[in-house]
Write a new protein. Sequence first.
Length: 473
Amino acid sequence: MLKIYNTLTNQKEVFTPLVPGKISMYVCGPTVYNYIHIGNARSTVAFDTVRRYFEYRGFDVNYVSNFTDVDDKIIKRANEEGLTPEQIADKYIAAFYEDTDALHVKRATKNPRVMENMDDIITFVEDLIEKDYAYEVDGDVYYRTRKFKHYGQLSDQNIDDLRAGASERVEADSQTKKEDSVDFALWKAAKPGEISWSSPWGEGRPGWHIECSVMSTKFLGDTLDIHGGGHDLTFPHHENEIAQSEAHTGHTFANYWMHNGFVTMGDDDEKMSKSLGNFVLAHDLMKQVDPQVVRFFLASAHYRSPLRFNEENIQDATNNLNNLKTAYANLNYRFNDAKDSLPSDGDHLKAIEEIQAAFVEAMDDDINTPNGLTEVYRLMREINIYSNEAEVSKVVLQAMKDSFVALLAIFGVALSDEKELLADDIQALIDERNQARADKNFARADEIRDQLKDQGIILDDTAQGTRWKREEA
């Protein structure tokens, strides 16, 4: 029974989608003024892993994640680089796709942008004013926070205790315009020289929070199955989304709220953040570390848990991923001499089914990736043991391969068959070395081994023949 931890209720709940077999899922995307850092990538990878597991379980997932392409930071970066805000957004959206493609993140069903939905945003704000949930002052439009009776429920806070401007995107002079210090901006009057759009309240642009309410409901409907994002978005961003969305539609905004934990740095586990200056860009890290290792590192921890970024944890991910790839190579190699079937096939197939069932049981418990990986490693051990048996069956090898590939795909690990990796010249050298050994020409055999080693190819002579792997950098 699939259960999800719902931030709104602070407990695990049985997951029941609005439409059987289908999931509507919205995840807050990046503000595109720079390359994403590892903390940003963690959220993207975490929810990609969640999505992949839902799809493994047979759900059709409509996955929408926005790009914030109108923001003070984007305007500032545009001025610094001598570009328009739209050009800056285009540049870093392309960079986002480049980085996330390298991390084997599936493209969203849709990535809407603020600039492309401005008419819908203005109409949404007009409706909130008409319903008396919002008011205009000197070209700015604010939401009447206290009018929404459930405000603070998601973040478990009392409205009287909330700090005005907690979003860190509120200008000090705006406080004097508000009816109440906890009100937040839906629309901001344009400053001289800023990018702006015409509205009933004059030239301006949207506040930060309104975009997600507009785009999520536009593309997924008034009520979402799941809304996700980083833990730091719980308040005020997601709290504000609920308030303005439910005031507009009159319906529950999202049935399940999922929030991923932070990536931390240092012994004091300080949150990785651009504002704190303690960040590592995914773009830079993947020049030094295999992107698959980075993905596996990010996907291995439970999505709600903090994840410490350090060299030791990256090395652990490297070692674990290499072990998985080696097991897969061992499995593929044994197809060369496998029988069509063997009397023992039934026992092995039953063991595979038991591992798959245990995997589902682990992952059904709030997408518990560490426990799920325990079952993947269990399957890896079964593969290694079976690959070393004197006789193996194609039936069992294929079942192991299919299961291994399917489970690891949930973590974004794409396995390649060894035969696809072997270049003709390397295979020719391996064949020549095997013949030299058969002819007892050990000097030539050693010479070929050294030649391959110089090319980064490590040989492993086994009872079933010579296997190879690429040396890790």
